[in-house]
Design a protein around this ligand. Structure first.
Ligand SMILES: *Cc1c(COP(=O)(O)O)cnc(C)c1O
Length: 405
């Protein structure tokens, strides 16, 4: 792999390929091989066994390092696999702080480890920087952050929290889950984060045909420890999935830009209809300015409340283009009710404590034609009774992008 002399912009880097392949294949080859023969007994060569390393994985990891502005990245079998690797860096009984609106699976693993006594996990509202500062102590070994969270779309001040935590304990490891923003819209490592990870199942791959996760860091000793765990447990991403992820990655910029453009329009449309919308690209979002200060865009996931669980259920069921599915980041649009789906693993009492509305609907916006998406939602609102027929014209006048039904 020849390194470019000057770093490319991310859009170029995503599609740029200069391989040292013997046939000059324009697509980096897939090394679907578990083992590699040695030159001789004494000369092992660069690769010996795919659990430890594989050229297709190396190619992907170099590409990811360039776009995540990391020194090293590691591709593993899923986003949760990333978290599993990262928590293995801790010692028994270590204290960690985690957000109170983290991804459901993250919450499940941390709760399990807390219950077993492996870790002491404290959940706090990360949007409250002063509260976070009052909770961080020299005993805090790791802090888990996400911004914006989903489905509540809460934004935290990543730099303020990271800087303060490092001033209290220089060895604290700030871990940031950047699945929602992707490297296109956010570079958490620039904000003082020590380890960034992403579920590549979402935007990075973008086609919902593989599960994968990526861990990135600039710290060589953390990278060494992360690699040790991956090589020991065997959770490195398989060569074929590395190859597919490399392919998906090439269109990351065009996909996310289009998804975001669609999402901004849908957010404005939903506000116009009168729903309470959570999207960091809307001025009505309480942390609109903070989000803008640390990200280049608002992404393509939003949520909104209808005021009634039954009404939300009817809307979700009445959509046609929006598929009912968990997950996000794929090229097609999805709709879900987090409390019944992705976040059902958080018990109802905890959901209530965290002000998670049971009627919340999450939309994950794809690359479809925007008028089709808005028409699909409008039909669902009419069918479910959320919008009355006599309000339809008013809506159309206020929001001309939506075609009259
Ligand atoms: C999906 C997701 C994960 C978990 O990733 P998997 O690839 O599904 O294991 C972690 N964090 C966030 C924010 C996610 O959306």
């Amino acid at each position: 792999m020849v390194k470019p002399t000057k770093p490319h912009h991310i859009e170029t880097e995503l599609v740029f390929s200069k391989s040292s392949d013997q046939f000059n294949a324009s697509v980096p080859p897939l090394y679907q091989s578990a083992t590699f023969k040695q030159e001789s007994l004494s000369n092992m060569g660069e690769y010996d066994y795919t659990r430890s390393g594989n050229p297709t994985r190396t190619y992907l990891q170099h590409k990811l390092a360039a776009i995540m502005k990391a020194n090293q990245t590691f591709a593993v079998t899923s986003g949760m696999g990333c978290l599993d690797v990262i928590v293995r860096l801790l010692l028994p009984g270590d204290e960690v702080i985690a957000g109170d609106d983290l991804y459901g699976g993250t919450h499940r693993l941390l709760t399990y480890m807390n219950a077993k006594g492996d870790l002491k996990v404290f959940h706090h509202d990360t949007t409250n920087t002063e509260l976070m500062k009052s909770k961080i102590t020299p005993r805090t070994k790791m802090i888990f952050l996400e911004s914006p969270t989903n489905p509540l779309i809460k934004v935290c001040d990543v730099k303020a929290i990271s800087d303060y935590a490092h001033s209290v304990n220089p060895d604290v490891i700030i871990v940031f889950d950047n699945t929602m923003m992707t490297p296109l819209l956010m570079t958490p490592l620039d904000l003082g984060v020590d380890i960034q990870y992403e579920s590549a199942t979402k935007y990075l791959n973008g086609h919902h045909d593989i599960m994968a996760g990526v861990i990135a860091t600039r710290n060589p000793s953390l990278a060494e420890r992360v690699y040790f765990v991956i090589n020991s447990t065997g959770c490195g991403l398989s060569p074929f999935d590395c190859w597919l992820l490399s392919r998906g990655l090439r269109t990351l910029a065009v996909r996310v830009e289009r998804q975001q453009r669609n999402c901004v329009k849908i957010a404005q449309f939903l506000e116009q209809v009168g729903f309470k919308v959570r999207y960091p690209g809307l001025k009505s979002h309480p942390q609109y300015e903070l989000h803008r200060s640390q990200c280049l865009g608002a992404g393509a996931v939003l949520s909104f409340e209808t005021g009634s669980v039954t009404l939300s259920e009817k809307i979700v069921e009445a959509c046609d283009i929006f598929g009912i599915a968990v997950s996000f980041g794929c090229v097609n649009s999805l709709i879900s009710m987090p409390c019944k789906m992705s976040h059902a693993s958080i018990d109802a009492k905890t959901r209530e404590e965290r002000d998670m509305p049971e009627d919340l609907i999450r939309l994950c916006i794809g690359i479809e034609n925007i008028d089709d998406l808005i028409q699909d939602l409008t039909r669902a609102f009419l069918k479910s009774g959320a919008v009355k027929l006599n309000e339809r014209d008013e809506l159309f006048n206020a929001f001309p992008v939506h075609p009259k039904l």
